[in-house]
Structures are given as structure tokens and as C-alpha cells.
Design a protein around this ligand. Structure first.
Ligand SMILES: [Zn+2]
Length: 304
């Protein structure tokens, strides 16, 4: 099984504990429990961004903040319980005042790559779950307030005739390397940094299979038909609460018709052309912690 960045097994989710209130309370106050703080979507690391910053219940109490809601993530292989805690109630956060001067409060996108894969997956998990709690305070069905249940893994509507159970939302997206006679399709879209080219991607729509989503997205964005659609691997992508479902596919022709609303440019490249363009700084490749980066580099290695 391929473990992408943000999806490692550096901890055990211990899902069977979540509905055991007594066990959860004990874990919460256990001096070995590690709290993973998130402030307005940002995570905490050492100054050099190589280690995440967790704190203990005692350190939490010293901060003098209102009692956190328990959001249990699981436990480390060393047996420390892990809990996510939102500290956005601090209005203006200067980590040096609130913690100490060895701590930074950073965007996960900026920190992800310098953390170990195990640590990055813990902070990404905390950040994604807390973002969902923030956006699910009210029931989408009846508008009543919702309350956290199962140690933060569901939210239940408080409307008496509703009581809908809400589960963390994950958005499925397909991402596909399309090949035609030893070349792959790389494209840029308006949201990319200049010179970045990547493989195509798009969200799965209701009522379609993953393979249909791959074929539709490639047709809509690049105007080409594909077959031989093969599943590759998947990666949780915390920045959009997505699960990226990776595929490879073979184009039936190389004649591109670009949808200018979706893509700025698209073209076919063989590995040597990619290497040359990267060396000449004409082309940037997707981040190595992304599934796009992994699938593309793997294809290049196999096709050199
Ligand atoms: Zn409701």
C-alpha cells in the first residue's frame, strides 16, 4: 500500500474509544495526553518548522482559556492520546507571548514539507477535523444548532424533530496522469503559481463513478477522450478537506481543445522535455508531498 504524505500510519485512530465517555474523560486529563493546537486554520511548530508543537493538559490550563471541546484523534505508537484543540478564541495571537519564543504559528501548506510525514499527518488531521466543526455549527437541514458527539467525530442536530447526525465532510476529487505515446499531459490553471504545470484534476459529481469523473474532466478541460483508466492510489488533501483519488489513463489522440476557463495552457511532454524545462526554470512541477507530484515523478522514472 502506498502511503502518501498526510496519510501515514504514525498513530492509531482508536475509533472504538470515541463513544466511551468515561474513557474519553480519563484520556483528556491524563498528563501524557498531547493537545494539537490549531489557531484559525494555522498549526504550531518549532521555529525551524521541523517538529509540531503539542502541549499537555497542564500547559493548556496555564493558558487560562475556556475549556476545550474534546476532539479525540487517537493515540501515538508510544501510547500518548492525541486531542485536537481549537484556540481561535485567542483574538490576536503572538506565539511568543502565548507559548514561548521557540514556537511558530504557520500555515500547514508552508510547514507540511519540513515536518516528518507522521507529524504532518497528525496536524493535517487535527486541522481538517476542526475546520469541519467550525463550518457545521448549524444543521444544514433545519438550521438548529449542532453539538459535537463521539469525541468530535460527528455532530448531532439539537432540533427535536430533526436530530440529524452530521459526519465530517470529505470532498472526493480525481487526479489523473494522461499519457499519449510516451508523453504526458501537463497543464497550468489560473490558480497555479507561474510556470507550475501539473496533471489534470477535478471534483467527482453526484451520480458518477470515479472512472466517469476522470473521463469527463479530461474531456471538459482538454477535449480528449481517454481509455485504460487505472486506479493508482489516494491521498487526503487537508487544504480543501478532499480525498484525492489518483488515476492513470491513455489518451485516444493528442489533439487538445483547451477550456480556457479551467486551464491556461496544456501540452504534452516526455520525461526528457520535462527535465530540460525544469533545469532551464521554464517549468515547475507539483510539490513532492502531493499525489500529483508522486504520480508524475513515478511515471517519469518509468519512462526515461
Ligand atoms: Zn436539524
Amino acid at each position: 500500500m502506498q502511503h502518501h504524505f498526510y496519510a501515514t500510519s504514525g498513530f492509531d485512530r482508536m475509533a472504538h474509544f470515541r463513544d466511551n465517555d468515561q474513557e474519553m474523560e480519563n484520556r483528556f486529563k491524563d498528563p501524557t495526553t498531547l493537545f494539537v493546537p490549531v489557531w484559525n486554520g494555522r498549526v504550531f511548530t518549532s521555529k525551524d518548522r521541523t517538529k509540531p508543537h503539542f502541549f499537555t493538559f497542564e500547559q493548556w490550563n496555564k493558558l487560562g482559556l475556556k475549556a476545550p471541546q474534546l476532539i479525540y484523534l487517537g493515540q501515538t505508537h508510544r501510547g500518548n492520546a492525541l486531542a485536537a484543540v481549537d484556540i481561535s478564541q485567542i483574538e490576536e495571537l503572538d506565539p511568543e507571548d502565548w507559548f514561548d519564543d521557540h514556537i511558530s504559528c504557520v500555515d500547514l501548506r508552508g510547514a507540511g514539507l519540513s515536518l516528518s510525514a507522521d507529524d504532518a499527518s497528525i496536524v493535517a488531521y487535527a486541522q481538517t477535523l476542526l475546520a469541519w466543526h467550525k463550518s457545521t455549527g448549524f444543521c444544514g437541514k433545519c438550521g438548529s444548532a449542532t453539538l459535537s458527539r463521539s469525541a468530535g467525530h460527528t455532530r448531532r442536530c439539537t432540533g427535536h424533530t430533526c436530530e440529524t447526525e452530521h459526519f465530517p465532510r470529505i470532498n472526493p476529487a480525481v487526479i489523473m496522469l494522461v499519457e499519449y505515446k510516451g508523453r504526458t499531459l501537463l497543464a497550468s490553471n489560473p490558480n497555479f503559481p507561474e510556470k507550475l504545470r501539473s496533471i489534470l484534476a477535478g471534483f467527482v459529481e453526484p451520480g458518477e463513478s470515479l472512472e466517469q469523473a476522470v473521463a469527463r474532466e479530461v474531456w471538459e478541460e482538454a477535449g480528449i477522450e481517454v481509455d485504460n483508466i487505472q486506479y493508482h492510489s489516494s491521498q487526503p488533501w487537508p487544504f480543501s478537506s478532499s480525498i484525492m483519488l489518483g488515476f492513470t489513463a491513455t489518451a485516444k489522440s493528442s489533439d487538445l481543445t483547451i477550456d480556457q476557463n479551467e486551464l491556461l495552457e496544456a501540452d504534452w511532454y516526455n520525461p526528457a522535455e520535462i527535465d530540460k524545462a525544469v533545469a532551464e526554470e521554464e517549468l515547475g512541477l507539483p510539490r513532492p508531498d502531493s499525489i500529483a507530484g508522486v504520480i508524475l515523478r513515478e511515471w517519469m522514472a518509468q519512462n526515461r
